[in-house]
Every structure is written in structure tokens, then in C-alpha cells.
Design a protein around this ligand. Sequence first.
Ligand SMILES: C[S@@+](CC[C@H](N)C(=O)[O-])C[C@H]1O[C@@H](n2cnc3c(N)ncnc32)[C@H](O)[C@@H]1O
Length: 180
Amino acid sequence: MQLICLPYGRRVKSNRMVIVRKTALEKFLPARMSAGIVLIPLIDSFTPLLDFADYRLSPWTVWRGIGITAVALGFFWRAHADLGRNWSPALELREGHELITRGVYRNVRHPMYASSTLWGSGRGLIPHNWIAGWSPLLSLLILFFLRVPREEQMMIDPFGEAYRAYRQRTGAIFPRWRRG
Ligand SMILES: C[S@@+](CC[C@H](N)C(=O)[O-])C[C@H]1O[C@@H](n2cnc3c(N)ncnc32)[C@H](O)[C@@H]1O
């Protein structure tokens, strides 16, 4: 996931931000995410500290996990491509920010958070350890529930009715398809 973000991070470096929501919670979330997604799985890979939480499932489960993470990464990349210069890892809006409602954003408002959560579900099937397997998903769910209301409020402030109408016709995490 970090590798997918990297080129977009470079591209948006020159953006001039006009709205920045840097709350204490926003400062805490990246640390919580790094612990859940990187640190705990690393501890499990290189030390026996978490062995007490091991369990066994068939090797096919690992392949299912790899398949799910691959599909999720495809959607995650597509969402980055659709946001383009409007992407930001934090809660902020750039000068001339465009509300994107096309591509994967046509039917779902949070495809990055949705695909990250799907990735976390697939990731849970790979190491067969309750803590190392499921801590990424837990971190991503915390991010999702804490951030989405704040992000949507941030989008409503400048985009007003356009964002409210977009919210009406789309799903937050599951796509909502309209007839006709
Ligand atoms: C980490 S990205 C996640 C985007 C989205 N919530 C998702 O899950 O795909 C967060 C930033 O993307 C931007 N953003 C979110 N939704 C957007 C939209 N529909 N159009 C343009 N920019 C958006 C905002 O700048 C926000 O701070």
C-alpha cells in the first residue's frame, strides 16, 4: 500500500493547501496505523513473542488471503489514479480542489478506505496469528470510523450541496448503484 501511495505523495508535494484539519486525533492515527500494520506483523515475523496467539488453518486459506489482498490493492491503486492531484494522506484540501465523483468514486465515497479494509481482511488470513493477522484490519477499521465523519464534514464545508447530493446517491464503503 505504501508503494502505491509513494508516487502520488511526490506528485502532490507542490500542492498549496487551503484547508488543513490537523487535530490531535489526526496526529495519533498514523502512529496507530504504523503499529497495527507494520510493527506488530514485524514482531511476529522476527520474534517468538506472539506465538501464543498462533492458530492453524489450511494452506488454501493463505492463498485466499493473497488473492483478496491482490484485488484490494488493484482497487486501492485505481482510487489513487482517480483522485490524482486531489489525493492527500491527511485531512486537507488543496487550492483549486476538485470534487471527484467519477471512476471508482462514482458509486462509493471512500474506495481507498474500503479497499484498505478489504486488504486488512485478506491480510488476516495470511499469518495464522490472531494478533499479527488481525491488527492491520483493526487499525484500518479504527481509521475508517474515526476519520470518515470528519472527512465528510471537511468536504461539505467547501462543496456544500454538491457533496450532500453525492453522499445521497453513493455508499460510504459499499458501492450503491442507481437504476437508469
Ligand atoms: C486518504 S484520502 C481518502 C479518500 C477517500 N476517503 C477514499 O477512501 O477513497 C483523503 C483525502 O482525499 C480527498 N478526498 C476525499 N474524497 C474526495 C473526493 N470525492 N473528491 C476529491 N477529493 C477527495 C481529501 O483531500 C481528503 O483529505
